[in-house]
Structures are given as structure tokens and as C-alpha cells.
Design a protein around this ligand. Structure first.
Ligand code: NAP
Length: 230
């Protein structure tokens, strides 16, 4: 059983905390208001408890579920030592208040910025989508969506897959942490497309593909390894 701490008690915290609990793990939801966190956790079953941010940061796997625009990085900095050597799950999308652009420039990602704030962590970046509304009703006509994860530590990725193993969606390995520049921008772009076609917020990505000629996969092995190290 994994020990998962979440900083924040909002929409994603509740849903990913619930998913981890349903996957069989213990969850601590941390809040600025520990009493409220205990109340929220109480509705999520016996595996979920609530407390302060420090209690969540003391867990083996730690996930901030805050917004960068609300000052997340300033809130997280003081916990850098508490999370040293641990797995950190990054779900940040660096949206502005209007959700129509990012607060970070193109040549970085929230995942990489979190690595700067918490340099000692093994970051696995995932769940940039779906938007929270899809958790309750996760089925889509076109089949299950794909959730991409990125990160430089293969063992950490395996642990995070186990953490969320009850997920109704397929996980795809997107390569190294820097590849989060794609997943974050894909989220922004899916929002733009969904708004145009009237799908927002029920939208997600799915990779269509099928095995091609034998050996073709091997031809790309070197370049895939380069993306893994990116
Ligand atoms: N919403 C989505 O659909 C979605 C999808 C994928 C990824 N994400 C990412 O997940 C993260 C959390 O998103 P969310 O939608 O779950 O956020 P949310 O519902 O707004 O919750 C954010 C939490 O941040 C904490 N917080 C700390 N300082 C705050 C402040 N000054 N103002 C407001 N809240 C503050 C609050 O928890 P306490 O009061 O308990 O401390 C609050 O519950 C974001 O980085 C977002 O980009 C969101």
C-alpha cells in the first residue's frame, strides 16, 4: 500500500485522492485549513484522512494540487526538504485566470519549474487532462481517452501507475520530463478546440494507432531513447 499526500483539497485533489484510494492506497489530503481537509477526507472513505500541508508533504509520494497563479510555488518552496528523495506527482497546468493562455513561456513547463522548486524529487508528470468534470462520467463515445505521463525516472513512473491503477483511462509513456511541454500545451489546445466545437469541458486526447510492419518499431529505438532522456 502506497502512502500518498496531496497538498490542496480542490477539484483535482478530491478526484485523484479518491482514485488513489480506490486503487488500494492510503491518502492524506493537506490543506491551509486542516479541519476542512478532515471534513472533505471523511467523505472519501476510511483510506483517506485530512490534515495540514505538512502532513501531506510527510507522505512517500506527494502531489501539489494547487494553481501556479494562486502562488503554488511560493507555498511549496518551504517543503523542499520534506520531499527530498521522494516521488512528486505533477499535475500543474500553468493556466492564467481566463484559461486562455499560460503564465509560463514556451521554453519550459510547469513540470520543469516544479523540479526547480523541489530539486530532490523524482517527478512524474501526468493527468494534465482530463478536466475534472470527466472523472464522474468517464466514458466517451470514441472509447477511453489516453492519459500521458512523462518523467526521467522509470521506477518512479511504475510507482505512479500503481498509485492510479484503478484509472478508467489508458496510460501512455510520453518520455522524459521535458516532454511535459507538449502535454501541457495539448491541454491548452484541447480546451481551445473543445470551446470552438461545444465540447468543453468534456474533452480528452486519444492516440489512434496500430502495429505496422515488423521491425519498424526497432528503427525508432534510438530516437525514442533520446526523447526519454529529454
Ligand atoms: N481543474 C482541472 O480540471 C484540472 C485538470 C488537470 C490539471 N489541473 C491542475 O490541478 C491543479 C489544481 O486544480 P484544481 O482545479 O483542483 O484547483 P482548485 O479546485 O481551485 O483547488 C486548488 C486548491 O488550492 C489550494 N489553495 C492554496 N492557496 C490558494 C489560494 N490562494 N487560492 C485558492 N486556492 C488555494 C486550496 O486548497 P486548501 O484551501 O485546502 O489549501 C484549493 O482547494 C492546478 O495546477 C491545475 O492546473 C486541473
Amino acid at each position: 500500500m502506497l502512502n500518498f499526500g496531496i497538498l490542496g483539497t480542490g477539484r483535482m485533489a478530491v478526484r485523484l485522492g479518491d482514485l488513489a484510494a480506490k486503487s488500494g492506497h492510503r491518502v492524506v489530503m493537506g490543506s491551509r485549513d486542516p479541519a476542512r481537509a478532515r471534513e472533505i477526507a471523511g467523505k472519501l472513505g476510511e483510506r483517506v484522512t485530512g490534515g495540514a500541508y505538512s502532513e501531506a508533504a510527510a507522505c512517500d509520494i506527494v502531489m501539489p494540487a494547487l494553481f501556479i497563479r494562486d502562488g503554488a510555488f511560493e507555498i511549496l518552496k518551504p517543503f523542499a526538504e520534506d520531499v527530498e528523495g521522494k516521488i512528486a506527482v505533477d499535475i500543474f497546468n500553468p493556466f492564467n485566470d481566463a484559461y486562455d493562455d499560460f503564465t509560463l513561456p514556451w521554453d519550459t513547463s510547469a513540470a520543469e519549474e516544479l523540479q526547480r522548486i523541489w530539486p530532490g524529487t523524482r517527478i512524474v508528470s501526468t493527468f494534465k487532462w482530463p478536466f475534472w468534470e470527466a472523472f464522474e462520467n468517464h466514458e466517451f463515445e470514441g472509447g477511453p481517452m489516453d492519459v500521458i505521463y512523462t518523467g526521467n525516472d522509470l521506477a518512479a513512473k511504475e510507482v505512479v501507475l500503481e498509485l492510479f491503477r484503478a484509472s478508467p483511462w489508458r496510460f501512455l509513456d510520453g518520455g522524459g520530463l521535458e516532454q511535459a511541454r507538449f502535454t501541457e500545451r495539448m491541454t491548452l489546445f484541447s480546451g481551445q478546440l473543445a470551446a470552438r466545437y461545444g465540447y468543453l469541458p468534456r474533452v480528452g486526447w486519444r492516440l489512434l494507432g496500430e502495429p505496422w510492419e515488423a521491425g519498424v518499431k526497432d528503427a525508432y529505438r534510438d530516437i525514442v531513447q533520446r526523447w526519454d532522456r529529454a
